[in-house]
Design a binder for this molecule. Sequence first.
Ligand code: HXC
Length: 516
Amino acid sequence: MSIVSKINDFMSRASRLLHGGGEASLKKQHLKGKMNARERLDTLLDIESFFETDLFVEHIAQDFGMKGKQLACDGVITGFGMIDNRSVAIFAQDFTVAGGSLGKAHAGKIIKTIDSAGDMGIPLIGINDSGGARIQEGVDSLCGYGDIFFRNTRLSGVVPQLSVILGPCAGGAAYSPALTDFVFVVDKISQLFITGPEVVKSVLGEEIAAEKLGGAMTHATTTGNVHFYAKTEKEAFQQIKKLLSFLPSNCQEDPPIDKNPSKPEKEIETVNAIPTNRRRAYDVKKIIKGVLDSSDFFEVQEHFAKNIVIGLGRLQGRTVGIIANQPYVLAGVLDVNASDKAARFIRFCDAFNVPLLTFVDTPGYLPGMVQEHSGIIRHGAKLLYAYSEATVPKLTVVLRKAYGGAYIAMCSKHLGADFAIAWPTAEIAVMGPEAATNIVFRKEIQESKDPETTRQKMIQEYEDKFANPYVAAARGYVDLIIEPAKTRETLIKAINVVKSRKRPISFNRRHGNIPL
Ligand code: HXC
């Protein structure tokens, strides 16, 4: 064969592969409102930055009609690309080829990509759109999943791992995303479940629509399995770009610094920062936005466990991870879901050198049988563990209520906060004035001629004495009390002081044992 013929042969082989499962399946994919795998890569990555590997990989399956069957790229496109000029390793499953199902060769390509992400110290992005284990390949496809889970776990905390669910993701396919740091879903396109509606029907006799069982909103609001919800695939890709802009490429690097930071759109005002009535709710996101550069708060798990707010932002150009009780929802109590949500985020930030900024206004852990029986002790302990374990700089601002165990749990000085800051409106005490009065002064109240007046008097007395930051500050549990309008400038000074502080790991152990 002449060189020209060889080149032409190569071109025609490659071009066949670039068309995935062919025109009809590509059209079917579009009719479902979905992009195909190559369109997704083109949309997400910087222009012409994609460089593909393993285009010519083929399966070697023989059974169930697989012998001689050509599956372009074995149903997954793998390689590297740039997002805002920074490298990422990426794979995109191609549903137009055997439903993006995962066989041995398909898994092998993903495995190589994950390993490369680790070797190169760059984030891994997986675009998932797959019918799961390739049925014809039997145990080989199951092993493929196992090998992927092993690598996701080994890479956890080494490079950021992101999963986008852009189609069905059933059975084993759901677990690789679950092992990664952030999962993105798109309305009416993403479906995640261990067993689909058919199996649910045959095993339990229950009829449930796929969307309700494991659709995007179900996961965003109810299960907490996902972190970002988007209306369209394009919006999900924008979210990925924004998320990466806050993060380092790997655990050895610091997050990128914005060299031209802007002030918040509206800074916090001392007098109007929170309502005068200490029982009234307010939106903690206003406080967060009043502190961050350009008021730009990138919220994570916005629709799940809304009584706690988590997300990323910048303070004078430096990335911070924010955790804040939300008085607007359930008065900002800590419950099972809030504890899980915050603890995992804290551990992510700690793994990737993102300082923690905590805003506290919580009446405590949610009491009652439902929470106790759901394991609030075990789940609440995750929060204690995650904060205590974190060695990144930790700054805490007590805005209002910080009662009991929740005061300790929300990154108090005792869990290693570098600076515990309080507003004059802070109430740091073992419990709220009403509850404390009912217990401590029960006898006096019962025996008085006018119990209600006595109760109110006692509440006022307790409030004056304990519902403030001064007792804690007198003991040194609070490092400084500031007026609300000074919050941003104080936090910037604090972060500059602690930014290079490294807390040594104190015990020579294999790893701790976080309550799970
Ligand atoms: C082989 C598959 C496949 C699979 C889909 N296809 N899933 N081929 N193995 N798992 C093929 C179909 O045969 C079809 O091929 C093409 O992909 C498109 O599929 P459709 O069914 O036409 O698409 P759609 O109607 O959109 O339905 C999508 C679907 C459905 C809901 C995902 O295909 C489905 O239920 N698939 C099976 C899902 C499943 O049970 N997976 C195994 C999970 S168990 P043609 O040639 O007709 O185009 C698992 C265990 C792993 O993953 C455990 C690890 C620990």
